[in-house]
Design a protein around this ligand. Structure first.
Ligand code: FE2
Length: 146
């Protein structure tokens, strides 16, 4: 599958899970797992190729910084008991961060990639992503350095 279509499919699944995420802890757990896979795949496969394209370097670095913020917040949520009154607020903040991030990717970054990359390249990257998704687990979460 084309890499961009693949990522948009995942984003759509994120949007569904995020809708009521602050109300149901199982939704958060499911989302957390999907998010970690998604972030790992983008950082392992897509972003490194984009950094080699001068016109995409800054926008890619910005997206990477957003991932770091998102994962810092996930780490905070992991450390907050679910019955703590602050838990839903943190999860709502995470929801907003992620929705902004995926909207930015779809509105700005992905159209630029589609305009610059060949269909063969996008399909090769898509294949690598699908393969990588099968081989990583959520245990491999990499938190940003303190
Ligand atoms: Fe991303």
């Amino acid at each position: 599958m084309n890499a961009i279509d693949y990522l948009i499919e995942e984003h759509n699944s994120h949007r569904k899970l995020l809708k009521n995420i602050e109300k149901e802890t199982y939704l958060f757990e499911k989302f957390r797992e999907e998010l970690i896979h998604h972030v790992n795949i983008e950082e392992a496969i897509l972003y490194p190729s984009l950094l080699k394209v001068p016109a995409l370097e800054i926008i890619t670095r910005a997206a990477w910084e957003e991932h770091n913020l998102i994962m810092q917040l996930v780490q905070e949520i992991d450390q907050t008991p679910k019955d703590n009154e602050i838990w839903p607020s943190k999860v709502i903040a995470l929801k907003r961060l992620v929705l902004n991030h995926i909207d930015d990717e779809e509105v700005d970054l992905f159209p630029k990639i589609r305009a610059m990359a060949s269909p063969e390249f996008l399909s090769e990257i898509g294949k690598q992503m699908a393969y990588q998704k099968k081989s990583i687990s959520s245990e491999e979460i990499i938190y940003p350095e303190e």
